[in-house]
Design a protein around this ligand. Structure first.
Ligand SMILES: [Cu+2]
Length: 354
């Protein structure tokens, strides 16, 4: 209706002067309101920002529980700085000063004890690689937690010493693990003699195979033609490349285990010669190298090989291995499924090799 339009026009006309009259007061009121709003906005923003930072920090913490954000790097023994080599040797020695809750010996002896009694099942079986990957990880963690070790487990790339393993710098008396036993002394275990130089000279170890048999850490380097047959021919780069070329997981395990893996103890002998091989601290550098070769093999086709797992589940078993099989540690650490260690970039492991 036209009348109503006029009426509306009248209303507008009557309110306009009122607005004009209160303009300056309105501006003042508006500016104080807006300053309150600005203050609130500022504090609001501050609170939101604080909450966001808190959430990001916590998210990072919980993510590092789920995924591996900053992998630790395991390095080759001779590439470590001198101070880092000495620090590693200090931590290893420290293990033999702490009594074990698992066996009749020290933390150092636990690893031989478990390797002989439990680890044995994993040899010549699919579980060989995951069992040892987890085993040396536990060793590395024990060094950190019980002996305040700050570094990572080193590996011994014996392809660098293929021509004569017994001349490797790992045997250095000052910056290494000490050398061969004194061949003029009586033999002890595994055709070896007490190690008389380096940080482990005179170290008493408690087990030999299944026996509680306190004795001195022993080595008995192989010499002559056998050194060539078991060392040079199996540890040179061409031989290792042929192992890495094997496409099938279980065939790869067998070639690695029966080839270079077995050659090293056959040459070093003494304590390394039997299933209580972890008596010799070099065992862990040797197995880090074996683990590194698996890591390299997996890296060739990680998408497929991160789950490549076949062969007998255990030594002399006809049961086919599965990723859900448990890795048994008999109290040394909790038993976990094989799938937890299939890549080194897992939440649990979180390392790679340089
Ligand atoms: Cu083993």
């Amino acid at each position: 209706m036209p009348s109503s339009e006029y009426e509306r026009g009248d209303d507008q006309a009557s309110t306009e002067p009122l607005l004009q009259t209160n303009e300056s007061e309105g501006t003042t009121a508006w500016s104080s309101v807006s300053s309150i709003v600005r203050t609130f906005a500022f504090f609001g923003l501050f609170i939101i920002l604080s909450i966001s930072i808190y959430m990001v920090e916590n998210l990072e913490d919980s993510l590092s529980d789920l995924i591996c954000i900053e992998p630790a790097v395991r390095r080759e023994w001779r590439t470590l700085r001198r101070a880092d080599r000495l620090e590693y040797l200090r931590a290893v020695k420290c293990l033999s000063s702490i009594p074990s809750a698992v066996c009749n010996g020290t933390l150092h002896d636990e690893f031989s004890y478990i390797h002989r009694r439990v680890g044995e099942y994993s040899h010549e079986a699919a579980s060989f690689l995951p069992w040892h990957r987890y085993f040396i990880h536990i060793y590395e963690e024990t060094l950190k937690q019980r002996c305040q070790f700050k570094g990572t487990l080193p590996y011994w790339d014996w392809t660098r010493d293929w021509a004569d393993l017994t001349q490797s710098p790992v045997w250095d008396a000052k910056e290494g693990f000490g050398g061969n036993g004194n061949i003029n002394n009586a033999t002890t275990v595994g055709h070896g003699h007490c190690v008389e130089d380096g940080p482990f000279a005179g170290l008493q170890v408690q087990y030999y195979n299944l026996d509680w048999y306190p004795h001195c850490l022993s080595r008995g380097f192989l010499a002559g033609d056998f050194l060539d047959e078991f060392g040079a021919q199996r540890l040179n780069r061409t031989a290792i490349a042929a192992v890495l070329d094997e496409p099938d997981y279980y065939q790869f395990v067998l070639k690695l285990e029966d080839g270079p893996h077995a050659s090293v103890p056959i040459i070093v002998r003494g304590d390394f010669y039997r299933f209580t091989a972890p008596n010799d601290p070099v065992f862990f550098l040797h197995h880090a190298q074996i683990d590194r070769l698996w890591w390299q093999w997996q890296s060739q086709d990680l998408e497929v090989r991160a789950t490549a797992y076949n062969g007998p589940a255990r030594h002399n078993s006809s049961i086919e291995a599965q990723l859900t099989d448990l890795i048994e540690m008999a109290g040394l650490a909790s038993d976990i499924p094989v799938s937890s260690v299939m890549t080194t970039n897992s939440r649990l492991l979180c390392y790679n090799y340089h």
